[in-house]
Ligand binder design. Structure first.
Ligand SMILES: *Cc1c(COP(=O)(O)O)cnc(C)c1O
Length: 417
């Protein structure tokens, strides 16, 4: 069991979410199913928040990791800020009780409508990713007669040593502005009546398990901060993004207190914003699936499960690893090295490969650490309804997203007449 999987553990050989047996959840809600531990979400957020001590800070949970309203609401109640990347995420945060004034708006291509809405509700800051975007934000602000608070997202050109699909801080990535162009952009923003320079932003990637890339990025950002100061451009917050890696398969990852201590020691008198997503929800959720059929040939043992790549994309997309645990530790079935594959018509439709498990048809299996980029990346491919989501808190459990019906899936479609 992972260090951070405090919400998920075996009691009497049965896997539990907090104090609720997963067998009970499967009986009530059916399969496949996402299950979240409220306690884990809260503890993970507090770990970041408390590590800052008295240093001015705001922990802005990155909504794209898991945007369920119940998850956002739990965090809003703790006083969390939010990192959003679309108007859809903004509206979710507001409906869930989050404050616009604690939202930072990231993303490479904010539309006019998104900017207007963000100004209307009063977001904390726009993280600007290009010169064109800066002028779009300025022109929208001018048209509505408001000042837009901005940070420039710089690309510090550091190697986050993570999967290429989730590395964002290299020159070859589409994100942010080159450090060398940033000063001109800040000068431009400083000269505009409709822009209000507030912060300096960077985000170098995701699932980063060593602190050194973050510190390399921070050092580069601090050089720029000094240059801006010398030009009379004052920065009131540093946004150092998210990307803190979690333990998926027993790997050593970042000690959050240590990371934040080092950060604080280098940054005096400036508020620090962080945008962790995965580190808050990743280990706080699991994906449950049922073994439909077992199929063995001379080469391979396949467990065909009812969950698929449309429900949990990470294995197919990033070749990501999720630990697989039986719901009943004592289950006696066929011992083999199983590939867990879904019903979708793609060879890439797998959830796990080559796992030593003892399986029978009808067994339930947990894919651990599926709380981040799980449900939010799910789709309706193969006209499969998206699954239900459940939150557990102590001995209580509640449905926080109803399973879609087949009719839901084509309700927006029309025949051509
Ligand atoms: C995706 C993203 C995050 C969150 O990344 P995690 O790896 O989930 O912590 C934070 N900030 C920005 C700008 C992002 O794009």
């Amino acid at each position: 069991m992972h260090k951070k999987h405090l919400g998920f553990s075996y009691k009497n050989q049965i896997l539990h979410a907090e104090s609720v047996a997963i067998t009970d959840l499967m009986a009530v809600y059916g399969s496949p199913l996402y299950v979240y531990s409220r306690m884990d979400i809260e503890n993970n957020w507090r770990e970041f928040d408390q590590a800052f001590g008295d240093h001015p800070h705001l922990v802005c949970y990155a909504v794209k990791a898991n945007s369920n309203l119940a998850v956002l609401n739990v965090l809003a109640k703790l006083g969390s800020g939010f990192d959003i990347v679309s108007i859809g995420e903004l509206e979710r945060v507001l409906v869930a009780g989050g404050k616009a004034g604690k939202c930072v708006f990231s993303g490479v291509a904010k539309t006019k409508i998104e900017i207007e809405r963000a100004l209307e509700v009063g977001v904390r800051c726009f993280n600007v990713e290009s010169a064109s975007e800066l002028s779009r934000i300025e022109s929208v602000a001018r048209s509505v007669g408001k000042q837009a608070p901005i940070s420039i997202r710089v690309n510090p050109n550091v190697d986050a040593k993570t999967h290429p699909y989730i590395s964002t801080g290299l020159k070859e990535n589409k994100f942010g502005v080159d450090m060398s162009n940033a000063i001109d952009l800040y000068q431009q923003a400083q000269d505009s009546k409709y822009l209000n320079v507030q912060g300096l932003d960077c985000h170098i990637g995701s699932q980063i398990t060593e602190v050194s890339p973050f510190l390399d990025a921070l050092d580069k950002v601090l050089v720029l901060l000094k240059q801006l100061k010398d030009k009379g451009i004052g920065i009131t917050h540093l946004d150092l993004g998210g990307g803190i890696g979690i333990d998926y398969e027993g790997e050593q990852t970042i000690d959050i207190q240590n990371y934040i201590d080092v950060m604080i020691s280098k940054v005096e008198n400036i508020e620090i914003i962080l945008e962790p997503g995965r580190a808050i929800v990743g280990n706080a959720g699991i994906f449950m699936t049922k073994v439909e059929f077992l199929k063995q040939n001379s080469e391979h043992s396949f467990a065909i499960v009812d969950g698929a790549m449309n429900d949990l994309l990470r294995p197919s997309f990033y070749n990501a690893y999720h630990q697989v645990l039986p719901i009943n530790k004592n289950a006696k079935g066929i011992q083999a090295h199983w590939d867990l594959v879904g019903p979708i018509c793609e060879t890439g439709d797998f959830l796990a490969k080559n796992r030593a498990l003892s399986l029978s048809e009808g067994d339930y299996l947990a894919l651990m650490s599926a709380g981040a980029y799980g449900f939010t990346m799910s789709s309706n491919y193969n006209t499969r309804p998206r699954v239900a989501e459940v939150m557990v808190s102590g001995t209580n459990h509640q449905l926080v997203r109803q399973r879609e019906s087949v009719q839901d899936l084509f309700a927006q479609e029309r025949l051509y007449e």
